[in-house]
Design a protein around this ligand. Structure first.
Ligand code: NI
Length: 239
């Protein structure tokens, strides 16, 4: 292909768009400075993985866990170094990942958004210290953010190759996070931040702790939570 940035194969009529990411781990060659030639990754993805996804895409309720296993098996020994992880971005907000060290479960990642107001302020600090530490974020009337939340869970692959549908994750996040925090003032409307400063570091930990048990009850193991306060400020929490 002349332009490798163009989608391949090109879409014809009404089609589907997926992104596939491979993680390859190995030492860097001292002569070439390459770990692995990207052309080999591209070729393996197109010749080995694409046919797997194409085949499963024909099925109405494709067993995604089985598909990811077949996709990883199709390339794992086809490159000079081991492929440790394969991710498929199924939609801009939704991805599934299989890791070579645990073929019994897929990671499901889904992104959500919510808007909230807050004020960064610590009672333990003086007013001057609060202003010096938090600047405009200490404004007494608060300020707002459009937060982005990403939740990643491990979903077991069942005997038929299926994983828990992402709707199960969505329902739990909606019930426990979005309903509780969207369009709220964190300091005033949410008990978790009545005393504790609503920094993004504290928010991500509270969300992790809030989601752990409900997800566990649905057979999903919480892997990581990420919260973006702005495009450039993100905090990640994992146990
Ligand atoms: Ni803020």
């Amino acid at each position: 292909m002349d332009n490798s940035y163009a989608a391949w194969p090109p879409m014809r009529g009404l089609g589907r768009y997926y992104e596939c990411r491979l993680t390859v781990v190995g030492p860097v060659d001292p002569v070439t400075g390459y770990m692995v030639n990207i052309k080999l990754i591209d070729a393996a993805t197109r010749s080995r993985i694409l046919p797997v996804f194409s085949r499963f895409a024909q099925q109405a309720d494709a067993p995604l866990g089985q598909m990811m296993r077949q996709a990883l098996d199709a390339v794992r020994d086809r490159l000079p170094h081991p492929v440790t992880r394969i991710s498929l971005q199924l939609a801009p907000t939704y991805a599934i990942t299989l890791q070579e060290h645990d073929m019994s479960a897929c990671l499901i990642s889904q992104t959500y958004d919510f808007s909230a107001a807050h004020r960064l302020h610590c009672d333990a600090l003086s007013d001057d210290e609060n202003r010096a530490t938090f600047g405009k974020c200490n404004n007494p009337s608060g300020h707002g953010h459009n937060y982005r939340l990403e939740v990643t869970v491990a979903a077991p692959i069942d005997a038929a190759g299926h994983i828990t549908p992402v709707e199960t994750l969505d329902a739990i996040v909606n019930a426990h996070i979005i309903e509780a925090y969207d369009h709220k003032h964190l300091n005033i409307d949410t008990p978790a931040f009545a005393e504790m400063n609503s920094s993004v570091e504290n928010i991500v930990r509270v969300f992790y702790e809030t989601l752990t048990d409900p997800l566990e009850s649905a057979g999903l193991k919480l892997d990581a939570v990420r919260v973006w306060e702005t495009e450039k400020t993100v905090a990640c929490y994992r146990a």
